[in-house]
Design a protein around this ligand. Structure first.
Ligand code: ZN
Length: 299
């Protein structure tokens, strides 16, 4: 019996090893087209973040560009199977590589629309000459309305959040919003401080999104979200911000605050949301201090 158990255990370990190897060597998952509303689709899989597209009367508008030329080309092939209309517009939700590096897989000469700051980030990041041909050729700051046939598509920027160039793509008639990386489900939100993202701005942005008359929220990394998912994210972010504020008032250091939240030690690619919030509050405090000193001098 014992030998039998041992044999099973060895077999189990061997199978897990082989499975983990094949998982590690796995190519990007296949592209999958998911219908969101009648002519609005999400594209998951491939290389990079989820993207989306809208089939208009005369053209197709794509939201985000995948991370590789190959994935973008495969996506365009899939779109061609659904409609003879050409892809003529790409809207970029922000500048992260997993959303924009696939641009060179798109036809040249199309409209590429982003926030002013997203173009600035891309201008800095794009070294490849082929990719540089795909820097956005139309940028805006607060709001841009696109009129494609009978559909009006609203592009909106609220305030710096995930980055300082985030835009949401709102289809008012169909109550659908594409959010890029403004939400993550079952995982802490991500703030890119090096792109001037801000957690308080994220709360403001999410509240602005809830004010839109929308019910379906498509985002970069995960399944389609509902209003309650956004509400939950706002609540959890505000609770964290309040708690960190109190801990700072009680004189706690960053390490102590991280411990309080159980933030694991060691290097992750991006600083935790707790660290981001801590530094933001510290910055607000020191600006307030400077301002009050300035007022005293003036008096
Ligand atoms: Zn991102």
């Amino acid at each position: 019996m014992r030998t039998h158990h041992k044999f099973l255990l060895i077999l189990f370990v061997m199978i897990s090893f082989v499975l983990s190897l094949s998982f590690a060597q796995r190519e990007a998952p296949p592209l999958e087209i998911i219908k969101v509303k009648k002519n609005i689709y999400e594209v998951s899989g491939g290389s990079g973040a989820n993207t989306g597209f809208f089939i208009g009367e005369n053209q197709v508008l794509v939201i985000d560009a995948k991370m590789s030329k190959e994935s973008a080309k495969q996506m365009i092939e899939k779109i061609k199977k659904l409609t003879p209309n050409p892809v003529m517009t790409v809207v970029l939700t922000h500048s992260d590589g997993d959303h924009v590096n696939g641009l060179s897989g798109f036809p040249q000469g199309i409209s590429i629309i982003s926030h002013h700051n997203t173009r600035k980030h891309m201008d800095k990041a794009f070294e490849d000459q082929e990719l540089r041909k795909y820097l956005p050729n139309q940028t805006f700051h607060k709001e841009l309305n696109l009129h494609l046939g009978t559909e009006t598509i609203k592009l909106l920027h609220f305030t710096p959040a995930h980055t300082n160039g985030d835009i949401v793509v709102f289809f008012p008639k169909q109550k659908v919003v594409f959010l890029g990386d403004l939400i993550f489900l079952n995982r802490d939100p991500l703030i890119h401080k090096h792109k001037n993202g801000n957690s308080f701005g994220l709360v403001k942005t999410l509240k602005g999104i809830l004010d839109l008359d929308a019910e379906t929220f498509v985002h970069g990394h995960g399944g389609i979200a509902q209003r309650k998912d956004i509400l939950n994210m706002i609540t959890s972010l505000e609770q964290k911000q309040e708690k960190i504020k109190t801990l700072i008032q009680n004189g706690k250091s960053l390490d102590e605050v991280k411990k309080e939240f159980g933030v694991p030690e060691g290097q992750s690619r991006w600083p935790s949301i707790v660290e981001i919030i801590y530094k933001e509050i510290k910055e607000i405090d020191s600006t307030a201090l400077m301002l009050s000193a300035f007022h005293q001098i003036k008096l």
